[in-house]
Structures are given as structure tokens and as C-alpha cells.
Design a protein around this ligand. Structure first.
Ligand code: SAH
Ligand code: DHB
Ligand code: MG
Length: 218
């Protein structure tokens, strides 16, 4: 099986299960036009996150790593009326593209994109109500720090999802680990020891290659 097959299957599944959607399609187009890296979740993955947030009955969502707001739009659409999503993004250019995309999707009222290093924005969230759902998808070396914060900020019974935890299988080879892989290995070791949380990892293939999601219930 080749990555060509993975991409073909992703396209087939997208055609069947993820109908064309102006807000999402324009968000990806705007991201490409602004030269943002093409690293958002795929359409089937975006819908998958949306369904997870609905299963969790999420009313308050935290996202770490906004990029152009593609995953943000999928997640915000899982919210009930009066729900809220806070998304943390370091790069002001990314945040600008994301805010325009979120506005086009009619979600500006529910979504707050906060610009700055996530590690600097997270402490202020402790003063608010806890989150029902947290999606961690920013700089990979900081994932252990983000997971520590997510454990503090998520209510009991809440859900944490972490993207890119498998990195083409690189996580099994400690010797060849770069900073991203090292971050994920540390996060997984931390998860294994974490009291008050139960997690697993699903390996994924698709148009974005070979990677995986961690799913954690607090
Ligand atoms: N969740 C998005 C993809 C996020 S890509 C989607 O699926 O659509 C990762 C994002 O994290 C990038 O936009 C990058 O600028 C941002 N990022 C990198 N380092 C960061 C940091 N220290 N704090 C907050 N965001 C950061
Ligand atoms: C890459 C993919 C991602 O989903 C991400 O959040 C960051 C980087 C990548 O393929 O490089
Ligand atoms: Mg990602």
C-alpha cells in the first residue's frame, strides 16, 4: 500500500462523507493564497474532530494552534448556541487569515482567536470555567507543556485530543528523534503516568501521510 492509495481513499471518503462547504473550502483557499503551510487537518479528520466534540457534548472548547482556522471551524460548528471556542495562535498573520475565515463561516461570535505564544496565554484561562474539549495542535516540542495545562483546564469527563503523535512512526526510534518526535515521546510517557486520565492513540494514514491522534478522557 502506498501513500498514493491513502490519498485516493481520502478523496473518495471526502466525496462521500464531507460535502463541499463554502466556508471550509474558502478557508483552505485563503490559507493557500496567503502562503500558509498546508498542514491543517484533512477534511475527514476535521469532521472526525467535529463528531468527537459533539459526542463530548462540548460547550467550551480550547484549541492550541489555529493556523487558518480550518479545524477551528469544524470544532466551533459542534458547539450549541451560547457555546464558546478559544483558539491560541502564535503567528499574527495566521491569526488574521483565521479570523477572516471564521467570520466568513459566521462563527465570530463564538470564536476568540488569541495571538501570542500559547504558553503565555494558557495561565489566564485558569480564571474561566473549565473546558469540555481541548485540541492540541501547535508546536510539537511543547506538547508536554500543553498537555499539562490541558489537564488543569479540562473538566472531569472532558476530552483532550492531540494531533501528530505518531510522526511517520518516528516515535519508536529514540535515537533518530528530532524535537517534534521527542516532544511526542515525552507527551506519551507523561500520558502513561498521568493520574486522572485515560488515553489511547489511533494511527492514521491519508492525504497528509502517516500520523496519529491521541484521545484522552479526563
Ligand atoms: N489546528 C490547525 C493546524 C495548526 S498548525 C488545523 O488543523 O487547521 C500549527 C499552528 O500552531 C501554526 O499556525 C503555528 O503558527 C502555531 N504555533 C506554533 N508555535 C506556537 C506557539 N508557541 N503558540 C501558539 N501557536 C503556535
Ligand atoms: C505537520 C502536520 C500537522 O498536522 C501539524 O500540526 C504540524 C506539522 C507536518 O506534516 O509537518
Ligand atoms: Mg496537526
Amino acid at each position: 500500500m502506498t501513500s498514493e492509495t491513502w490519498t485516493a481513499v481520502d478523496e473518495y471518503l471526502t466525496r462521500l462523507l464531507v460535502p463541499a462547504d463554502p466556508a471550509l473550502d474558502e478557508a483552505q483557499q485563503a490559507a493557500a493564497e496567503a502562503d500558509l503551510p498546508p498542514i491543517s487537518v484533512s477534511p475527514p479528520q476535521g469532521k472526525f474532530l467535529h463528531l468527537l466534540a459533539r459526542i463530548a457534548g462540548a460547550r467550551r472548547i480550547l484549541e492550541i494552534g489555529t493556523l487558518a482556522g480550518y479545524s477551528t471551524i469544524w470544532l466551533a460548528r459542534a458547539l450549541p448556541r451560547g457555546g464558546r471556542l478559544i483558539s491560541l495562535e502564535f503567528d499574527p498573520k495566521h491569526a488574521g487569515v483565521a479570523r477572516a475565515n471564521i467570520a466568513r463561516a459566521g462563527l465570530s461570535e463564538m470564536v476568540d482567536v488569541r495571538v501570542g505564544r500559547a504558553i503565555d496565554s494558557l495561565p489566564a484561562l485558569e480564571r474561566d470555567e473549565p473546558f469540555d474539549f481541548v485540541f492540541i495542535d501547535a508546536d510539537k516540542p511543547s506538547t508536554p507543556d500543553y498537555f499539562r495545562w490541558a489537564m488543569k483546564l479540562t473538566r472531569k469527563g472532558g476530552v483532550i485530543v492531540v494531533d501528530n503523535v505518531v510522526r511517520k512512526g518516528g516515535i519508536v526510534d529514540a535515537s533518530g528523534a528530532d524535537g517534534d518526535i521527542e516532544g511526542m515521546r515525552k507527551f506519551l510517557a507523561q500520558l502513561a503516568q498521568q493520574s486522572g486520565a485515560s488515553g489511547s492513540v489511533l494511527q492514521t494514514v491519508g492525504a497528509k501521510g502517516y500520523d496519529g491522534f491521541a484521545l484522552i478522557v479526563v
